[in-house]
Design a protein around this ligand. Structure first.
Ligand code: PBG
Length: 325
């Protein structure tokens, strides 16, 4: 007769059928919104390369934290933008530094209704813009940086962070920070390790968001986009050192890495859809070249399908709105 015996299209006939057989679903509770807070700002300021994203004032940050609770988001990842910076990033562990002040305000506002996460890295606080302190040759000094990260972790935990997000890619950072937290009896503070973080051009708009002063790049500490196996080593090292959650970053260009990490990780796996991924969608949509909402949801679904259980995305609130039944 020549009729096909297998007809995969049968299961695609109606929205209800497609929903019935969908293997991947998004939920607001697994989305984390990254937010920027600028020292001294009296109102939210737009970020040119990230339309729709702002540098918050303390008050507008608290307002968005309440919105995040209402939207059912999983958490906020807070980044500070200080007014003054120095060689050692002393604003990072100063209890009166903008990030720590902001964490206190957010935690006071939301309590345990939202997971409060803090970016743990020096780049926003150093005058040279690197993620660590420099040695006499101007190179990033791995082990001296660990001491600074430990101080930062204690300050962030004291300010109310449930989770510290170690994004600096220094060797041994997870173990060093874990033991500093434990020695201070902060055994409940969770470590989210940016385990596989690539030296990526997709961080471009983020540099605007935090007014980065960086000259050059981060290729001596972040990973080479050409490598995959190295990510598995980085993840295993972070797991050995006590990471509670491991992350892959960026997300969409690194879905292969995400899948491999998800296969080996016994702890939850997160992915960070970074500023450049966000900006691409917004820019193309602004030209009318793509359907923004559709591409936003397709990207997030792909990241989820590849193996991320948690997704950091600047679209978290918009996505949660679309997911509302
Ligand atoms: C480092 C940090 C960066 C991002 C998150 N944490 C910048 C970098 O590594 O250069 C980038 C996030 C994004 O692009 O959205 N503190």
């Amino acid at each position: 007769m020549g009729f096909p015996t297998q007809r995969p299209r049968r299961l695609r006939q109606t929205p209800a059928l497609r929903a019935l057989v969908a293997q991947t679903r998004l939920h607001p509770a697994e989305l984390v919104l990254p937010v920027f807070v600028r020292e001294g700002a009296t109102e939210a300021q737009p970020i040119g390369s990230m339309p729709g994203v702002v540098q918050h004032s303390l008050d507008s940050l608290v307002a968005v934290a309440h919105e995040a609770v209402t939207a059912g988001l999983g958490g906020l990842m807070v980044f500070g933008v200080p007014v003054t910076r120095d060689a050692t990033g002393s604003g990072a562990d100063d209890p009166e530094g903008i990030l720590n002040v902001a964490l206190r305000r957010v935690r006071d506002a939301v309590g345990d209704d939202l997971v409060v996460m803090a970016d743990l890295c020096l780049d926003e606080f150093t005058d040279h813009g690197h993620c660590g302190v420099l040695d006499s040759q101007g190179q990033v000094d791995n082990d001296a940086t660990l001491v600074r990260y430990a101080a930062m972790a204690l300050a962030q935990a004291a300010a109310g962070a449930h989770v510290v997000g170690l994004s600096g890619m220094m060797d041994g950072q997870v173990g060093y920070v874990r033991s500093a937290l434990d020695r201070a009896d902060l055994t409940d503070t969770i470590i989210l390790a940016y385990a596989a973080k690539y030296a990526s051009g997709f961080y471009g708009p983020f540099r605007d968001a935090v007014e980065s002063t960086l000259q050059g790049d981060r290729s001596t500490y972040q990973q080479d986009p050409a490598n995959a196996t190295e990510s598995l080593r980085e993840v295993e090292l972070d797991l050995d050192q006590g990471a509670d959650i491991v992350m892959v970053k960026p997300a969409l260009p690194y879905l292969d890495i995400l899948t491999q990490v998800a296969q080996l990780s016994p702890v939850p796996v997160a992915a960070y859809q970074v500023s450049g991924e966000y900006a691409q969608i917004e820019a193309a949509a602004a030209h009318g070249w793509i359907d923004r909402d559709r591409v936003m949801m397709e990207s997030l679904t792909s990241i989820r399908r590849a193996g991320a259980q948690i997704i950091l995305t600047y679209h978290a609130l918009e996505a949660a709105r679309l997911l509302r039944p």
